[in-house]
Design a binder for this molecule. Structure first.
Ligand code: AMP
Ligand code: ZN
Length: 487
């Protein structure tokens, strides 16, 4: 079945056709590791994970690269376009060395990925390890006349790139008007206000600096992603792919909606000027997670971390579930109540998969006779249609609940749910196999009941079964002894 994804570049849903039928190449803009990665960031990373899982569900092999931004680059803001990110400054001022800071936040990022069951990327390249490639790209852009040295810094000359603005709609004519209003003194070395930094010269006392043909400096933010995505997903730096083909276009590039401009617009300008080929076929952007209607952002002080959810007694996967309840491109307002509702829904599914026998395997000879599994195929079809239609996870969840409420036998439902979980990522199989955590009171009653049965006091044993059921559990008598199951 075809997969459709909304492409920010063409502003429409497009049939997904990878450049190479055997391998999908995707790139996800990664975190800045001078600060905590919050659940707003994770909403975007979860979207990328759903995309990757849907592709794999359809039989594609996916190579996913997610960078780690560990260079304390400048970020524009409205009042001071060349200012340092204040959070990075605060981290550095805490007296810790850059490497110490970035290492501890990177470790936390990877641990939280695992808690949210985000499949690991093939490589997590660090910007600081790719200065050589960055310099190579900047050199070539200068050679080709797409960049200039202002005497202070190296800038990309946006007027030289005719498609500038195609992704975001911020064309140069439109921007000219906007930038007129915010032109500031520090930008006077640029030819055009829309030009952006490729390489910034810095003073020797500056912490993160590298040697370059243009003296000591530090890279611009956008050039990092160009260098790393081209390095790991194209043949630019390796001449040829193992199959001896030149490959310059990436299939899928993801990020949050704030990445569209300037970050991704600038990535396109640099990369296409550098390679002379299309950079990315499909641009996938997710809507923001908000709190009381405001974007969740470190600077606003309205962020929550995965650990905050755990501290309040939530399973991190309840947040994964929550992100599936709304369409990925819409904004989503985070509340503790909505998280609690997701946790409740998740617990219900867990109870279902933990109860009853394990699903019948395809290799089981009785499978062919098991008509019910054919029945579930209709839900499997609907599920596939939902996820292949621009990652429609709310619709996919609706299929899950329709299946749960259906009349199909438990083992057939579980078989389908375990398949769906390749996309949902809720660890359903793992949870179903986990031994039930049984309260000690129930265990004591079960033991008493066993003693009664051994003493042939069956009336007493039945009475105890009733008490066990009152506590939400039931006992199945198996040849191996009593099996306690949550009702
Ligand atoms: P940053 O560290 O700010 O570069 O953000 C890392 C990723 O998270 C980027 O793809 C952003 O677009 C995304 N992001 C940042 N804030 C939010 C938010 N509140 N909701 C969703 N995605 C976000
Ligand atoms: Zn990026």
């Amino acid at each position: 079945m075809d997969i459709y994804i909304y492409n920010t570049l063409t502003r429409q849903k497009e049939k997904f056709v990878p450049v190479d039928p055997n391998l999908v190449r995707m790139y996800t803009c990664g975190p800045t590791v001078y600060r905590d990665v919050h659940i707003g960031n994770y909403r975007t990373y979860l979207m990328a994970d759903f995309a990757r899982r849907v592709l794999e569900y359809n039989g594609y092999r996916v190579k996913k690269i997610q960078n780690i931004t560990d260079v304390g680059h400048m970020r524009r803001n409205e009042t001071n376009p060349e200012a340092f990110d204040p959070v990075i400054m605060a981290a550095l001022e805490s007296g810790r060395k850059p490497l110490e800071i970035t290492q501890s936040y990177t470790e936390q990022f990877l641990a939280d990925n695992e808690r949210l069951n985000i499949q690991p990327a093939d490589v997590y390249p660090k910007a600081s390890d790719h200065i050589e490639e960055i310099i190579e790209v900047v050199k070539e852009l200068l050679n080709k006349g797409f960049a200039y040295d202002s005497g202070e810094n190296i800038y990309f000359d946006v007027k030289k790139f005719k498609d500038y603005g195609e992704l975001s709609g911020n064309t140069l004519t439109k921007m000219e008007k906007l930038l007129e209003a915010v032109r500031v003194a520090s930008e006077t070395d640029k030819t055009d206000s829309a030009d952006f930094v490729l390489w910034k010269r810095v003073d020797p006392q500056y912490l993160m600096k590298w040697d370059s043909p243009w003296g000591l400096g530090t890279p611009g933010w956008h050039i990092e992603c160009t260098a790393m995505s081209l390095k790991y997903l194209t043949s630019v730096f390796s001449d040829r792919l193992p199959d001896n083909r030149i490959h310059l276009t990436i299939d899928l590039h993801t990020g949050g909606e704030d990445n569209i401009f300037p970050h991704h617009e600038d990535e396109i300008a640099q990369s296409e000027s550098f390679t002379g080929q299309k950079f990315v076929n499909i641009w996938l952007h997710g809507g923001h997670l908000t709190v009381e209607g405001e974007k969740m952002a470190r600077r606003r002080g309205n962020v929550f971390l995965v650990q905050d959810l755990v501290d309040r007694g939530f399973d991190p996967l309840s947040f994964r579930y929550l992100t599936m309840t709304s369409y990925y491109r819409s904004k989503m307002n985070f509340t503790w109540d909505s998280l609690a509702a997701s946790q409740k829904a998740l617990d219900k599914i867990y109870q279902l998969v933990k109860s009853g026998p394990a699903p019948i395997q395809h290799s089981d000879p009785s499978y062919a006779k098991e008509q019910v599994l054919i029945g579930c195929a209709e839900y499997e079809q609907r599920f596939l249609e939902a996820v292949n239609d621009d990652l429609n996870m709310p619709k996919a969840l609706a299929v899950v609940w329709d299946l749960v409420k259906s009349d199909y036998p438990l083992s057939a439902k579980k078989a389908s749910l375990f398949k769906f979980d390749k996309v949902l990522g809720l660890r359903l199989k793992e949870t179903s196999e986990k031994p039930e955590e049984v309260p000690s009171g129930v265990l004591q009653l079960v033991e008493e009941r066993e003693n009664s049965r051994n003493n042939k006091e069956f009336a007493r044993a039945d009475e105890l079964r009733g008490k066990i059921e009152d506590l939400g559990f039931t006992v199945e008598d198996t040849p191996k002894g009593p099996k306690i199951v949550r009702m």
